[in-house]
Design a protein around this ligand. Sequence first.
Ligand SMILES: C[S@@+](CC[C@H](N)C(=O)[O-])C[C@H]1O[C@@H](n2cnc3c(N)ncnc32)[C@H](O)[C@@H]1O
Length: 273
Amino acid sequence: MFRNARTLVRGLPHAPAALRQMRMFWRGYTTWRFNKLWTTSIKPMDTPYQTNPLRLFFEAHKEGPGIWKWQHYFDIYDRHLHRFKDRAVCVLEIGIYSGGSLEMWRNYFGPLSEIYGVDIEPACEAYQSDSVKVFIGDQGDRNFWMRFKNEVQDIDIVIDDGGHLPEQQIVTFEELLPHLRPGGVYICEDIHGTLNTFAAYVYGLAQNLNAGDRGQENANNNERCLVYGASAVQSAVRSIHLYPFMTVVERTETAISELVSTKHGTQWQPFLK
Ligand SMILES: C[S@@+](CC[C@H](N)C(=O)[O-])C[C@H]1O[C@@H](n2cnc3c(N)ncnc32)[C@H](O)[C@@H]1O
């Protein structure tokens, strides 16, 4: 009770800014919700449809262990994951179901990869093999993740395709994001609903990428004209990507200590000081 009151008092100075933010959130949400302006300028995604190896694997996979994916995910996967192909990469997929996606990841990342699967259903143990290790547990249970992390020290890629409830997605994200190797990629799938609470959680996280109020300004036009100490999130998170039903978070390769704005050149207009 005392802690809540103290939190409330600490938060009060930020209340006007928070209200302005909520107004702008609502404006962005309602302005574009039914606006068809952009549908005429759709461009193809990075990887051409026909050459995406994940899509080709999926299209050719007509029999055997089932794979269940939204079709537009294949281009997003390839965009963020192709740099890990044929490397000694550790990949974890939460949500095994009928085992086919674990085969797909192994095929995509190659023989050097280690593939881990997690599912709440004991029947999924059947998909353990020489190249795939299966863990049975509840992704919403922090104790399960503690046991998992004791066994698996290194993870480069997480694909959360499990229970899809926001609380499960949040617990899993909080347990595994700090566990990702530098440069790792975290994918959370099936974030459905415009006012989804996992999405709200990600928007909150993303706010920290814009933090920059501890800056030091050097008035001269020099190499380091604006220097901000990096926040904890800026130090560890390289980028956050939003796609239909999917969020991708990429970790930095090394911890960032500062963000620096630089000017090169000798001739400058006088209107900006
Ligand atoms: C959509 S299916 C996974 C599909 C699979 N990745 C594929 O691409 O074919 C979701 C799986 O998540 C599992 N699941 C549901 N709740 C879970 C939980 N709390 N923890 C771990 N797995 C869970 C289900 O048993 C189911 O096998």
